[in-house]
Design a binder for this molecule. Structure first.
Ligand code: G3I
Length: 383
């Protein structure tokens, strides 16, 4: 099937002649239609990641730090100019939106959605069900709770309907379920698993999300799926079983938290096998960390490490470009100062994981992505 926006790519190509890209369509939820609501077209550089990615029908995204958006001018400008999709790094997580049971605070998430609308970006919703960042009234660790099993089931259903309905029509892809399996391929014994007495909660979560917004693409999202192994095999079997139960799952998110300390994974073959199940796939949280100095957490210890990092970024993007079902490629943020990596991987210290440096200047990693997209745009379309 040719991509619906191919005519747009042609339009885009002609508009490129002007250097500053005039975007002729607007972005709404579900699949990527050229929707109505004409409004003044934002302009962004023709060699921006988003402009080049648009030419090959790919959405290039970023995780967005809600505290920087709007208050940090350079951060905000790069977010608008370089990316055609955005994900809330934290603002849509349960602990952030329902810190008090039954009371929802959508401000930060609404601001991101409004920003995306204004800048013609599609929104990846992250995340409806996880065992981390839960409100204390529900669970402080994701594995224990004072609520009864029936209460746990009721609050999950309530939460999914409340959140998905609040953003109905605004969300392109929802990470419905995040990180339900450990690295041995075993289901995590979370409060959800315990309440349902198994993984049945996953099917229910997808059904509820679909009822609440039938247009949104619903994803299972996880890390270390890039490697063929117990976890990616368990998720592969999960997707097959959900499809057999006619559960509305539309895609699988490969987080893509990579490190030069480990060999490069067989990402392409994993994207292809999930695509062969009729699923959309997406790279949803890409970063490539390397060992850095304890007193300069974004300065690699090894001067040659950036070349390896650039190679891992390039291979990950090319794997996505090689698979027609891969619809978006999202770095987990873009500026090293805002990355979660140095705070989490501090023994040994790691960092320098993103594509812009601490001063928000593009690194070699950015230029490699730009080059790969420009080359892909020059090549026969992957339509
Ligand atoms: O909001 C509170 C704030 O009120 C408080 O003052 C502050 C100090 O403790 O903490 C703030 O919460 C922090 C939150 O980010 C928002 O900034 C949490 O401590 C901190 O743990 C949380 O880190 C996030 C992490 O998920 C939590 O697990 C990272 O920013 C975020 O990048 C990371 O993202 C996850 C994806 O969602 C799922 N996949 C893995 C990825 C990396 O861990």
């Amino acid at each position: 099937m040719r991509r619906p926006w191919l005519p747009l790519a042609v339009a885009t190509a002609t508009a490129l002649l002007g250097g500053q890209l005039a975007f002729a369509g607007s972005a709404t939820a579900g699949s990527d239609p050229v929707a109505a609501k004409p409004s003044p077209a934002p302009a962004y550089p023709a060699d921006s990641l988003r402009a080049l990615a648009a030419r090959v029908g790919l959405r290039i995204g970023t995780a967005v730090n809600a505290d920087e958006l709007g208050s940090n001018e350079k951060y905000t400008q790069i977010t608008a100019e370089q990316f055609s999709s955005v994900t809330a790094e934290n603002a849509m997580k349960w602990a952030e939106v329902e810190a008090v049971r039954g009371t929802y605070t959508w401000e930060k998430a609404d601001q991101l959605v409004a920003f995306a609308e204004k800048n013609r970006q599609l929104v990846r919703g992250h995340t409806l069900l996880w065992h981390n960042q839960l409100p204390a009234w529900l669970s402080t660790d994701g594995y224990t709770t004072t609520l009864s099993n029936e209460e746990v089931k009721a609050v999950l259903k309530e939460h999914i309907f409340a959140q998905v309905r609040h953003f109905k029509g605004d969300i392109w892809q929802w990470d419905v379920v995040n990180e339900a399996f450990d690295d041995n391929g075993q289901p995590r014994q979370t409060i959800w698993y315990k309440a349902w007495g198994g993984t049945g909660y996953i099917a229910d979560a997808f059904r509820w999300a679909h009822q609440a917004d039938p247009k949104a693409l619903l994803f299972y999202n996880d890390y270390n799926l890039e490697f063929t192994g117990p976890k990616s095999n368990a998720v592969y079997e999960l997707v097959k079983s959900l499809k057999a139960q006619r559960v509305p799952i539309h895609g699988v998110g490969f987080q893509g938290h990579l490190s030069t300390q480990y060999g490069y994974p067989d990402l392409l073959s994993n994207l292809e096998r999930f695509a062969a199940l009729g699923q959309k796939v997406a790279l949803t949280e890409v970063d490539v960390r390397t060992l850095t100095k304890p007193d300069a957490v974004n300065v690699p210890v090894d001067a040659l490490a950036p070349y390896a990092q650039e190679s891992y970024w390039s291979r990950s993007l090319k794997a996505c470009l090689a698979v027609r079902a891969c619809i978006s490629f999202t770095p987990w943020g873009f500026g090293d100062s805002y990355s979660w990596v140095p705070g989490w991987f501090d023994d040994p210290q790691a960092g320098a994981a993103l594509i812009y440096d601490e001063q928000l200047n593009p690194k070699g990693q950015y230029h490699v992505l730009q080059q790969d997209l420009a080359l892909a745009a020059g090549a026969p379309h992957r339509g």
